[in-house]
Design a protein around this ligand. Sequence first.
Ligand code: UDP
Length: 328
Amino acid sequence: MKRVLITGAAGFLGSHLCDRFIEEGYRVVGMDNLITGNIENLEHLFPLEEFEFYNHDVSNHVHVSGDLDYILHFASPASPIDYLKIPIQTLKVSSLGTHNLLGLAKAKSAKILVASTSEVYGDPLVHPQSEDYWGNVNPIGPRGVYDEAKRFQEAITMAYHNFHKLEVAIVRIFNTYGPRMRLNDGRVLPAFIGQALRGEDLTVFGDGSQTRSFCYVVDLVEGIYRLLMSDYAQPVNIGNPDEITILEFAEEIIKLTGTQQKITFKDLPKDDPMQRQPDITKARELLGWEPKVSRAEGLKITYEYFKSLSEKALYKKEHNDFSKYIRK
Ligand code: UDP
């Protein structure tokens, strides 16, 4: 059985990746420091013999005993609100953390895939964004801690590939949604659905003319899996090109949830990108991949998930204590 290490395993994407690799017949080692991850996302995997979990911050030296075939580095706060709250950890996990995991990959002769982001394009002046665009990032703005750490992550990953001949893959992930997002993580989809469920107005930042393109998580995981199995080492965009303004998105959520609440407008956060849409030509040509789930389908499933959460979860701020499952 092949063995894969997934960092950020208790997070939204990490936990879906753990599921996928278990389904594919791998032994999965999950790692997370549970700052933004939620151990409940992994609860169903704890009884499995093929699954292990370590509570560890990968910004510190990472030790895993035994062989590893693949490493997927998905540990990082991923919401603007989170990386504003914990800016230093955000910088460290994609810089020091990536360095540690590249070292581990080298020691184990494992292939590593790192989670990069559409944020490397910053507030893009080229639209849609293709991989050869270098981006428009403010290094000292509030989002700089995430954007620049991810840009450094790409640079050090390519350096290990070129200098040490390490097998690498770099996925540039665009806005993704689905079950297991945190209702209170501040991102637009859980924010709007949470507001609708709690009977609050939906908060649109700015005039809502900024655009995003939302990819359903199952499509994203398929793209990541195919990229890992390919021998392509350069960055590849994975996202859904179906672009929408945030105001139209709020109207879609109002329709979906049937809420009687209205839209209220708030200040646009500093450096909020005005437009974002992936050019997925590369993914189509290299991986034969494109998204399959429409926003209407994906939003329906995601809304059902959020509705199924308890009243307590709807208002809760802290994670449950699952410490008995965690190996120190
Ligand atoms: N946004 C909004 N209302 C909210 C949360 C976010 O209008 O309650 C906007 C935000 O300003 C941005 C877009 O929705 O233009 C997507 O924000 P998100 O934090 O989900 O991710 P980003 O793509 O900015 O990293």
